[in-house]
Design a protein around this ligand. Structure first.
Ligand code: SF4
Length: 439
């Protein structure tokens, strides 16, 4: 069996992070060993994101950097995998002729064969979408952390007009519940305390009779598992059953990322989001009633074609009223291949930047105010490791807040501890260990 060294670099969302683990696990099963540097790799894979132009530009630049390893050693295989591979297909070679391998998100199973063919001849590519592929039988590599992603469904059927995902990741399909729960049990046996279920529209999960709410309830029964999270849900699939499961399952954490995109019904309609602001707002109300300590976060896209000043003001006002804990905020950039692409990019760049900066400033203030309310309280933290900057430890609260803290005794990753919060910023809570919790 060959012992070729594999280096993989990942761009984009958590689904891509999980896919990189899947690719590593699959190739390790075929005799590859993982390396953390491209210098000593035989195979260099770049797992890519096509959602925003900026991310693509970074990847094109990075590919030309990585090509220098091939100049030194032509035996090295350089591959583009993931959403950009699917989006650009064989056009990757027009931009980056030094690439050997182009593999889309539904063809990772064939990577060992494709790598073999590159080794023997020239280039290889597989960008077929496969409605049945869930990789349920392939074990992802485990990175030794106490938190882990578990992909429970793939693809998206929503076709938001700004989004390339349904074209590059194909239709929705769910991993069988037994495979999901089996994977969680394996992870728990290896020391994982928190799993995050992943899917592009994660709460669209359905396999046979098992709904997303059922899956949450079944995972909640797994001994040794402390916390369950999921991302990203779509508002149209957020049923009363899901909200009830979230409220009733003690391991499902009180944190939800619920993308809004815009608070203007006219814009939501053009985005094909399938809900009105009133429907979304009703969900927020139901969630906050059922789960009073819920932390709510969102995605906002400003400068979408046709967004008038009054549409933007509606979004601003809704953010101000709803007081999200945090938000991912972006300005629109057209993606070739999407439905909105044909509407161009009519809002001037300076105006898009003005709108974006206005909501960022608002959200920073609101996030800081919400976090400041935690000062003086004690929160439960799952310790993830040592703080990246400065002494102390790092972990997350149930509400998914970053918490850094000092401790007078040794703590270990995976431990649930109580931290007394003494200070805060818009993005972090800071404190000191207040005492452990029985596990
Ligand atoms: S729900 Fe919309 S934004 Fe999310 S992945 Fe699907 S098409 Fe893209």
């Amino acid at each position: 069996m060959s012992q070729r060294k594999l280096y993989i670099e990942t761009y984009g969302c958590q689904m891509n992070v999980a896919d990189s683990h899947l690719i590593c696990g699959h190739l390790e099963g075929q005799g590859y060993v993982r390396t953390d540097t491209p210098e000593d790799a035989d195979v260099i894979l770049v797992n890519t994101c096509a959602v925003r132009e900026h991310a693509e530009q970074r990847v094109w630049g990075r590919l030309s950097d990585l090509a220098r390893y091939k100049q030194r050693n032509p035996e090295i295989v350089l591959g583009v995998v993931g959403c950009m591979a699917q989006h650009w297909r064989d056009k990757v070679w027009e931009r980056a002729p030094y690439v050997d391998l182009v593999v889309g998100p539904d063809a990772y199973r064939r990577l060992p064969d494709l790598l073999q063919s590159v080794h023997h001849s020239q280039r290889a590519h597989d960008v077929r979408l496969d409605r049945g592929e869930t990789y349920a039988d392939l074990a992802p590599a485990y990175d030794g952390k106490v938190t882990a992603f578990v992909s429970i469904m793939r693809g998206c059927d929503q076709f938001c007009t700004f989004c390339i995902v349904p074209y590059v990741r194909g239709r929705e399909r769910s991993v069988p519940a037994e495979a999901v729960l089996g994977r969680v049990r394996e992870l728990v046996a290896r020391g994982v305390k928190e799993v995050t279920f992943l899917g592009q529209t994660v709460n669209a999960y359905r396999h046979g009779e098992t709904t997303f709410a059922d899956l949450l309830r079944q995972a909640n029964e797994i001994r040794g598992l402390e916390r369950i999270r999921f991302t990203s849900p779509h508002p149209v699939y957020l049923t009363e059953e899901v909200i009830a499961a979230m409220a009733e399952c003690e391991k499902v954490m009180p944190a939800l990322h619920l993308p809004l995109q815009s608070a203007s019904d006219a814009v939501l309609k053009r985005m094909n989001r399938q809900y009105t602001l009133a429907e979304y707002d009703r969900l927020v109300h139901q969630l906050r009633t059922a789960i009073p300590d819920l932390a709510l976060t969102t995605d906002i896209l400003v400068g979408f074609p046709g967004e008038r000043e009054e549409d933007f003001q509606a979004t601003y006002a809704y953010l101000e009223k709803t007081r999200y804990d945090a938000a991912f905020m972006f300005k629109y950039s057209p993606r070739p291949g999407t439905r909105a692409y044909k509407w161009g990019d009519p809002i001037p760049e300076e105006e898009k930047i003005r709108r974006l900066e206005a909501i960022i400033e608002l959200q920073e203030r609101v996030s800081a105010e919400i976090n400041a309310q935690a000062v003086g309280s004690t929160v439960e933290v799952l310790v993830e490791g040592q703080a990246k900057r400065g002494p102390g430890w790092y972990g997350r609260s149930p509400q998914f807040k970053n918490v850094v803290f000092t401790a007078q005794r040794a703590v270990r990753p995976g431990e649930l501890v109580r931290v007394k919060i003494a200070d805060s910023t818009a993005h972090t809570l800071k404190g000191a260990l207040a005492g452990g919790k029985e596990q």
